[in-house]
Design a protein around this ligand. Structure first.
Ligand code: ADP
Length: 473
């Protein structure tokens, strides 16, 4: 079975968040199940690309409206990832350092999708399933179904995974001419809300769509940035599969980014050693419980509530904890969090993206806070569990599916329901109190580190889905 994953991100080549983690891990686990899972992504000027060997496997050209562009498909040749990786290089379009946020982003991703399909058709590349991830690759199910140019692919299975439905890749109709000729009557399959909506189009045209947790599948019918009715309409095609984690990359006993590795039996001493080192660097007291937040500083993650919360908990429980934030995002939130540094001594933040620091924090912190408004799956809580860090989460999406409150049978985390200041203060106070009971903490460490959130189970669910769809194709 040949599955071609199309994605804007793939760890360790280029990652901005959970999408990169998933696309860098799932194919590896599918390989273990006998599936030839491959990844094709845009070419970025990144360290991984300059440090590894690639060879050109196809050169072609395509059209973005009146503009002809050349592209080059590069294959990674050392097989360092455990699956085939292809990069699409397009001069002056896909050969830049950043993944997102260029003004011509829609041109970049449309050209990427067209180049991939041109390559597959021209080389007759065996592909049984096109597995597209998020809106950047959302036009593929439409293009293979309805454009004459790619009609040799018309019966191919397409699966679309929604990592985040907030962002939909909206395009004005003036960009329709970027796409190859289609039967006019089919234009409606691109549309949602008076514009071309690649995420909505993918949901309409794919054979099946998946969400990265079962709860998120349900929630999308009620809150999905104006796609609620569509999710209601297409619900028979939807399936929720909880993300897993790559337990080779995220392994506290071997993680090369940690100063002190540890397992279930050595966590007590070595987590503290990592914490002392980290606290020294950030001017925090390692004797206090360390609470962290790692992630995008956006409202979706509840990051706009952090300042108020930290201020409030400082007033009430001054000297009982320390707080460290790693993240970047909206400038206003970044500035607020930086400002807090000037008057709180038990608090620090690092504004930016730093993979290594994130590993060190997972290994050092006692608690990780995730006050998300929306959380399709959330990987932070899964990494935290593996590193013996207790998650404090709002009960939503994947957080609901993966964290059980420690006061319930078999539980190990702290949950709260609403993004209300007092509910969050209470959750943090429960954490501070829990920290004082070191016997309970030791028990929870062992329980959390023994949980299996690896991809083994979820990769199998994707495999079953592919098999089912190929059978009816
Ligand atoms: P998202 O919605 O941002 O994709 P996820 O929880 O699915 O959220 O995944 C977030 C991933 O990105 C995790 O691997 C997390 O450790 C990582 N991450 C987020 N922000 C940063 C940062 N500033 N520095 C390093 N890693 C980060």
């Amino acid at each position: 079975m040949n599955v071609l994953n199309l994605s804007a991100e793939c760890y360790p080549v280029a990652k901005a968040g959970g999408l990169g983690d998933v696309v860098g891990a799932l194919p590896k686990y599918l390989k273990g199940l006998g599936v030839n899972a491959m990844v094709v992504m845009p070419y970025y000027e990144r360290k991984f690309v300059s440090e590894n060997k690639f060879k050109s496997v196809y050169k072609g050209s395509s059209k973005l409206g009146y503009r002809t562009f050349d592209f080059n498909i590069l294959k990674e040749t050392n097989n360092v990832l455990g699956f085939e990786l292809y990069l699409v290089k397009i001069p002056d379009l896909l050969d830049r350092p950043d993944i997102y946020s260029y003004p011509d982003e829609s041109e970049q991703f449309i050209a990427f999708q067209l180049a991939v399909l041109e390559w597959v058709v021209a080389t007759n590349k065996p592909v049984d399933v096109f597995h597209c991830h998020d809106h950047h690759t959302g036009l593929v199910p439409f293009l293979i179904k309805y454009s004459a140019k790619f009609n040799s692919l018309a019966n191919k299975v397409s699966v679309f995974t929604i990592h985040n439905a907030q962002y939909q890749g909206w395009l004005g109709w003036e960009k329709l001419y970027y796409l190859p000729e289609i039967d006019g009557a089919k234009g409606g399959m691109l549309e949602w809300g008076d514009c071309i909506n690649p995420l909505a189009s993918a949901i309409k045209c794919c054979w099946a769509y998946t969400t990265v947790s079962p709860s998120y599948l349900e929630e999308l019918k009620h809150h999905s940035n104006r796609l609620e009715f569509l999710f209601e309409l297409e619900q028979q095609k939807g399936i929720g599969i909880l993300n897993g984690i790559d337990i080779e990359v995220w392994d506290p006993s071997k993680d090369p980014m940690l100063s002190f590795n540890y397992s279930k039996t050595t966590i007590k001493a070595n987590k503290q050693k990592n914490k002392i080192e980290l606290c020294e660097k950030f001017g925090l007291n390692p004797e206090k419980p360390l609470i962290t937040f790692i992630g995008r500083l956006v409202a979706e993650k509840g990051a706009d509530k952090l300042m108020e919360l930290i201020r409030e908990i400082s007033l009430r429980n001054l000297d009982e904890f320390c707080f460290l934030i790693l993240g970047s995002g909206e400038k206003e939130i970044e500035n607020d969090l930086k400002e807090l540094q000037t008057y709180l001594k038990n608090y620090n933040c690092y504004i930016g993206y730093d993979e290594e620091l994130s590993h060190k924090i997972y290994a050092s912190a006692d608690f990780i806070l995730m006050p998300s408004r929306v959380e399709p799956c959330g990987l932070n809580q899964l990494y935290a569990l593996r590193y013996g860090t207790i998650p404090i989460v709002r009960s939503t999406g994947g957080l609901k599916d993966s964290v059980i409150d420690f006061e319930n049978q078999g539980g190990y985390g702290i949950r709260f329901d609403n993004l209300e200041l007092m509910e969050m203060v209470l959750a943090l106070q429960r954490a501070i109190k829990l920290y004082q009971d070191q016997k309970k903490i030791d028990q929870l460490h062992k329980l959390m580190m023994g949980l299996d959130f690896s991809w083994n189970k979820s990769a199998n669910e994707y495999h079953q889905l592919y098999k089912r769809l190929i059978k009816i194709s």
